[in-house]
Ligand binder design. Sequence first.
Ligand code: COA
Length: 260
Amino acid sequence: MSYNNILIETENFISTLTINRPKKLNALNRETLEEIHQAFVKLEKDEDTKVIIITGSGEKAFVAGADISEFANYSVEEGKDLAARGHQEVFDFIANFKKPVIAAVNGFALGGGLELAMAAHFRIASDNAKLGLPETSLGVIPGYGGTQRLPQLVGKGRAMEMIMTASMIDANQALQYNLVNHVTTVEDLMSLAEKLAGKILRNSTVAIAQAIEAVNANYEDGVNGFEKEIEGFGKSFGTEDFKEGTTAFLEKRKAEFPGA
Ligand code: COA
């Protein structure tokens, strides 16, 4: 399948999804969001994909936000629908994806761009990155999960400050805030992402999928995360991966996980 606004490359079980509208700083218009959704639906079933890295095209931006030119004339209902669809098809879809998703933030990650990075399971950044939720400067609030995921990652006070001031933080401050896990140079960003993906690939994809579900349960209303963990832990005992992982350890060899 060919896309107009994103690129997908798969190598060694790692798929890199690049948002590719560099002239618009990779802003998320409707078509791009639709393509991201379609791509993730495909990646879910793709046996050659075990880890996904999301990044932006060019050195200037990861994603500079939702495409402002598209929603400037929206009504109340259209605005609500835009956010609801975005949650369902892209942001929650990625957050709950069963395969690990890493955001490699290579420049501006603003508004919907930071929300996309926050929907990923974790984030790394290049030292030129600038992150923020500038929506209140446009008279709107973050609509793709920013009011929920930013406080989860950086704490309520810092999130409130970032949202109210609409200001950007740099990569090192993002590291200090736990918004990103690692900061490196622009040149080394993708190799660091691939190195982390490589470490993930050594482990059981089945167990990782269960772990993602259990960790996410902590952030879902009405779901008991501890119960989810107990359930997932128990399920692990019925998998081929568990048999292989424990047997390999006892036989003092590297595990070769059969996967799902
Ligand atoms: N939506 C639509 N277009 C966007 C965009 C967005 N979120 N962010 C950048 N662009 C476009 C610009 O309009 C410009 O297009 P043009 O060349 O056709 O005029 C192009 O991308 C380059 O951006 P420009 O503003 O010229 O780059 P800059 O280096 O001067 O500034 C930013 C970079 C990121 C500070 C600035 O583009 C910006 O503030 N963008 C909006 C960020 C935002 O508010 N995002 C949240 C949206 S909810």
